[in-house]
Design a protein around this ligand. Structure first.
Ligand SMILES: [Mg+2]
Length: 420
């Protein structure tokens, strides 16, 4: 048996954890640069606000209904997500994090009679320990657990347990194929042409026929819908292929110096991330996008990449390469709205190929990076390369607009909530 635990309206719920006054009030969370709505609470959805809608289109509703609006605070969401996963792990040993707000649990050792109780306990514990509401779907396959979770959201108890096909047959019949895990728009259209409209139609397809006409992936889906588990728990996440840091600018950027600062900052962050994961990169790419508001649009390649002689996670080396690429990419007169840095061809520091001429220089570089990281992680201050500019990362021309940002309640000492 598998459980799929999913946080209800995750981003909006995170914003409420330290703001009990927002309980029952509609809450919206905005995209980077506060452009569009990317998430909302149930109350906000009930007002007809859909994700993706530009902020200016709902200003009137916000005012009229006293909606609380937040810039996205990924530091907070990431930390609360980590806490949810750890809390689930305190009750069930095998937890597979599926996304920032969802996890599969392996319940194969749990007696059938205790599943409902365990589901309730998972909910209660996450609510009590982290402060977030979750729903739990339990079924013999991952695909069915995912669907059971969808229906758990409609229950007062927030838990839906399916142990035999009697439990899921009726639900499958009322589920459009497009709502089944793994069925995208294109597959749904192909199925519709075959008169397969709901989950029950799909489960009734003959699996051998599906493998011949579609693929083994879809065949597995059919088996899963019939209660035969084909997808197992993935307890070790696959090794990382790339580290990306990219951001939209708070306003279009025309001149080169602020772009160089932004690229230095993004590269430094990507390098820092690699070091915390014990990785090195052998390739670096930089890209620029023109602002969608500005003309003319860019007509030439907007991405460049280059290899490194030797795998590295040294901020200084990577920034130097990134800036060379940027200088080739930048064209005067264009208004840039977004930039990014990507590190690829990663290998772990342990197993990396040493260089023939590797010398004390690179050992000293590693030591320097370790000192920088320890200062930056100490919470007492930050050090960075001067190329990023002297201002804090939130005060530059290229910084994101985040006018409605909530505090980093759980990760910054000065933002700790006070209890009077
Ligand atoms: Mg969710």
């Amino acid at each position: 048996m598998f459980a799929l635990v999913d946080c209800n309206s995750f981003y909006a719920s995170c914003e409420r954890v330290f703001r009990p006054d927002l309980q029952g009030r509609p809450v919206l969370v905005l995209s980077n640069n506060d452009g569009c709505v990317i998430a909302g609470s149930a109350e906000a959805r009930a007002l007809g606000i859909r994700t993706g809608v530009p902020l200016f289109q709902v200003r009137e509703l916000i005012h009229k209904h006293g909606i609380a609006v937040f810039s996205s605070n990924y530091t907070l969401y990431g930390d609360l997500s980590r806490r949810v996963m750890a809390t689930l792990g305190s009750l069930v040993p095998h937890v597979e994090k599926y996304s920032i707000d969802e996890a599969f649990l392996d319940l194969s050792m749990v007696p059938e009679g205790q599943l409902q109780r365990l589901g309730a306990e998972l909910r209660e514990r996450v609510k009590r320990w982290v402060g977030l509401p979750v729903c739990v779907g339990i079924a013999p396959t991952k695909t069915l657990a995912k669907l059971a979770n969808h229906y758990a959201k409609q229950q007062e108890a927030g838990v839906e347990v399916w142990t035999s096909s009697d439990h899921w047959q009726a639900r499958l019949a009322q589920t459009p194929v497009g709502n089944i895990w793994g069925v995208g728009r294109r597959l749904a259209a192909r199925l519709a042409a075959l008169e397969v409209h709901n989950g029950a139609d799909m489960a009734a397809l003959e699996s051998g026929w599906v493998r011949r006409h579609f693929s083994v992936v879809q065949e597995r889906m059919i088996r899963e819908l019939n209660g035969e588990a084909c997808l197992s728990m993935e307890l070790c996440p696959p090794p990382r292929q790339q580290v990306i840091h990219s951001r939209s600018f708070g306003q279009p950027v025309v001149s080169l110096p602020p772009l160089r600062q932004a690229i230095s900052d993004y590269t430094a962050r990507a390098a820092e991330k690699m070091r915390t994961e014990g990785l090195l990169a052998t390739r670096i790419s930089v890209w620029l996008r023109t602002s969608p508001m500005g003309k003319p649009q860019q007509l030439w390649p907007d991405t460049l990449s280059t290899g490194l002689c030797q795998a590295s996670a040294d901020t200084r080396e990577l920034v130097a390469k990134a800036l060379q690429l940027l200088d080739q990419l930048w064209k005067p007169g264009l208004r840039y709205g977004k930039a990014g840095v990507m590190l690829t061809e990663l290998c772990s520091r342990e197993f990396s190929q040493g260089g023939l001429f590797e010398d004390r220089q690179s050992q000293r570089g590693q030591a320097l990076m370790a000192v920088m990281d320890s200062i930056n992680q100490s919470g007492k201050g930050r050090v960075w390369l001067a190329g990023r500019g002297m201002k804090g990362a939130n005060e530059c021309v290229w910084s994101m607009r985040r006018a409605h940002l909530s505090p980093a309640y759980t990760t910054r000492v000065s933002d700790l909530p006070r209890v009077w």
